[in-house]
Unconditional design. Structure first.
Length: 152
């Protein structure tokens, strides 16, 4: 894997012969090795928002639905630029897949999917009103609740 293949690599923002890593906020060569990169996401893979994606798939919503678009905007345009934001995102990527995996094994998984989706709808509304901190607070609270329930 090379940095130039990552969704976060922005070749249109350049510094000399380097493109911009929108995740780390620094400049890297497209040919840099990304095998040890904690945030590498193959361009066009559509992954990342595990909990939101699980809900949207459950409800049959497309990858470009209102909710996924809002949550990506929250992540990419707000959380990423907050102090400690990269840590929040990294922690999410480290735990969310396991949370969803454990959740989907539960008899009451529909109750949990509905809960997540209600929170996502609330966050979506906040993002659309540009109330990003409120959206982040609500989402982080939900993620922590789910981690405590499904990982402990």
């Amino acid at each position: 894997m090379r940095c130039g293949q990552c969704e976060y690599y922005d070749d249109s923002e350049r510094w000399g012969s380097k493109g911009h890593c929108d995740y780390n906020g620094n400049y890297v060569y497209a040919s840099d090795d990304a095998d040890d990169c904690s945030h590498f996401k193959k361009a066009g893979s559509g992954g990342g928002c595990y909990m939101t994606t699980a809900c949207c798939e459950f409800y049959g919503l497309p990858d470009d639905c209102r909710e996924l678009t809002a949550m990506r905007k929250l992540r990419d345009e707000y959380i990423l630029y907050q102090e400690g934001g990269q840590d929040v995102i990294s922690e999410y990527y480290a735990t969310a897949p396991k949370v969803i995996s454990n959740l989907m094994k539960q008899d009451d998984k529909i109750k949990w999917i509905e809960y997540i989706y209600q929170v996502i709808q609330k966050c979506t509304s906040f993002v659309e009103k540009k109330e990003f901190q409120s959206a982040m607070d609500v989402y982080v609270e939900m993620v922590n609740r789910l981690k405590n329930h499904f990982l402990l």
